[in-house]
Design a protein around this ligand. Structure first.
Ligand SMILES: O=P(O)(O)OP(=O)(O)OP(=O)(O)OC[C@H]1O[C@@H](n2cnc3c(O)ncnc32)[C@H](O)[C@@H]1O
Ligand SMILES: [Mg+2]
Length: 166
């Protein structure tokens, strides 16, 4: 850096949260951080869209990819590969208090990335075709999507946990 500017630089060793890593690591950090802000238990969720041709990326970074590339761009990412398979994943993390370890509930739905089809109102729904279905998430009615989605699978596990904890 000193080569390219007139500023002087010093190295400071600071431990800052970066929110990078696996979906599990990221949602765990989120839950722990949230738990420092209240005395009540917290629940956070994070969604990933993972392309197998990219070893699981964009994964938790899908929000920025979607924002910059749009659904058409997401399809273009896989169109040059033989492998168009992907999975949608939702993780709810429940953290009792700031000193306890978050409990994770992973809901996953396998499918593939297709050219965008259907209603464009929610996220990457137009490019995700779940296995066993002819319609993308965006083409399905809400009830059908809810009955099979990554989120509903995560919520089902969370519900079961909370009921047994009661
Ligand atoms: O992670 P933070 O920064 O809190 O942001 P967020 O809460 O908006 O983001 P999520 O992790 O919930 O979701 C990541 C991206 O996936 C999109 N998304 C979430 N659930 C989805 C679903 O069921 N179908 C389609 N897109 C979805 C959402 O719009 C984001 O662009
Ligand atoms: Mg997220």
């Amino acid at each position: 850096m000193e080569d390219v500017t007139n500023f002087e630089f010093d190295n400071l060793k600071l431990d800052l949260d970066e929110y990078q890593g696996t979906p599990e690591e990221i949602v765990t950090k989120k839950a722990k951080l949230a738990a420092t802000h209240t005395d009540n238990p917290v629940l956070v969720e994070d969604v990933s869209l993972c392309f197998n041709a990219y070893k699981g990326l964009p994964g938790p970074y899908i929000k920025d990819f979607l924002k910059q590339l749009g659904t058409e761009g997401l399809y273009k990412m896989v169109s040059g590969f033989d492998d168009h398979t992907a999975y949608a994943q939702c993780i709810f993390a429940y953290c009792e208090n700031k000193d306890s370890e978050p409990v994770l509930f992973v809901g996953k739905n396998e499918g593939k990335i297709v050219e965008p089809r259907g209603d464009t109102s929610f996220g990457w729904d137009p490019v995700f075709l779940p296995d066993g279905y002819e319609q993308t998430y965006a083409e399905m009615d809400k009830a059908t999507k809810n009955s099979i989605s990554h989120r509903s699978r995560s919520v089902a596990k969370l519900k079961e946990y909370l009921q047994t904890e009661e």
